[in-house]
Design a protein around this ligand. Sequence first.
Ligand code: AMP
Length: 252
Amino acid sequence: MRIVRTVAEMRASRPQGGTVGLVPTMGALHAGHEALLQAARAECDCVVMSLFVNEAQFASGEDFARYPRDEERDARIAEAAGVDILFAPPADELYPPGFRTWVEPNEEGLEAEFRPGHFRGVATICLKLFNIVRPQRVYFGQKDAQQVHVVLRMLRDLNLDIDLRTLPTVRDADGLAFSSRNALLTPEERELALALPRALQTGDPALARELLDGLDVDYVAIADFEQRVLAGAIRIGSTRLIDNVPLEGETR
Ligand code: AMP
């Protein structure tokens, strides 16, 4: 596995022929990321994983500084998963002095409401990564269903010829969706967090709210993304968690 730090080196490392698959991540890899890497490995000749904690997608006052980071561990996991190129640039490589052009997805509701500017940061970094790596396929998790929705619309609106693959949410044995932010939870907080998947699995917003009674809930709502989901976001101490459950037979 080659570790690449600059845009120029990434461009030079990309093979000319074959299918290139890109898995964008912010690191602190877990089984959810590994599922994306496995799918990319199975379907592409060259697998690129980006590792970049994108400050632009953190709203002000959010957890950018305490976001878990362990590049050595991530590199070991990526290599074992068959990644060919790990693209891990420093921040000023992607946002050099003078940077001031942004992709504005005009998304509303749910994450867009509670994380102002989040999807502008997401769309901008995704378009940059797509232009730098030039993948034919990109891999995203259903865990972030609204992110998939926003990126798919960007591909359409901006005429990008890229195939986006969405992989199902990978959960731990207790039902909690894998998330890099789970590492920030104390054991007691993790117990409380289990209420989120349990609530969403009811498929019923009113019942879900009851099951989340006493917790700090940002939203619980049915959302029509690529499929209909029951989505929720809660805050446990200083950690914010999101999850969603597809509703059976209710695809749009
Ligand atoms: P992140 O590193 O959190 O930005 O996530 C990178 C990619 O992994 C995104 O496409 C996420 O949707 C996806 N992902 C995160 N958690 C999971 C999970 N539990 N199951 C499947 N995909 C996930």
